[in-house]
Design a protein around this ligand. Structure first.
Ligand SMILES: [Zn+2]
Ligand SMILES: [Zn+2]
Ligand SMILES: [Zn+2]
Length: 147
């Protein structure tokens, strides 16, 4: 998948520097919902000398190209996730977020026909071309609810 990401960057005319290739390569190895700071610590542990500023700039460029998704789960920092199809497996999914411990649960939701129906309706009503959507549900996880 690393190569797929690099290919996508090349196609989009993105200048691939050594630092950027270190960052994109690490995106498949770092935890799935990473922060810029988390990625920085991950790279430091591997003795990669990439500055936090370069990480921010690269993540911002990758977000603009829609190769990664940026989320605000109300933690005061952004989380990022790869948004590139891995083989036949679609990466599209949504999130349950525990507001107490920050636990994140991925779920697939496009079995919600009503969601697609709503999207179609809004698209027609506002002549708005919908290219993607996000759904985040906030609450308490099993552990936190029983405390
Ligand atoms: Zn929790
Ligand atoms: Zn996720
Ligand atoms: Zn969806």
């Amino acid at each position: 998948m690393a190569n797929r990401l690099m290919d996508a960057l090349g196609i989009k005319g993105y200048r691939v520097t050594l630092e950027r290739s270190i960052i994109t390569d690490s995106l498949q190895k770092v935890e799935p919902h990473f922060t810029a700071e988390g990625l920085y610590r991950f790279l430091q542990k591997r003795r990669s000398r990439v500055s936090l500023a370069t990480i921010y700039r690269t993540l911002s460029a990758l977000t603009q190209m829609r190769l990664i998704k940026k989320f605000d789960f109300g933690e005061g920092t952004y989380r990022y996730e790869l948004n590139i199809t891995n083989g036949n497996k679609d990466t599209h999914h949504h999130h349950l977020v525990c507001v107490k411990c920050g636990k994140l649960i991925d779920f697939e939701s496009d079995f919600f026909p009503q969601l697609n129906h709503l999207a179609e309706k809004l698209s027609q009503e506002h002549r708005f071309i919908i290219i993607d959507h996000e759904l985040t549900l906030f609450g308490y996880c099993k552990q936190c609810a029983s405390d």
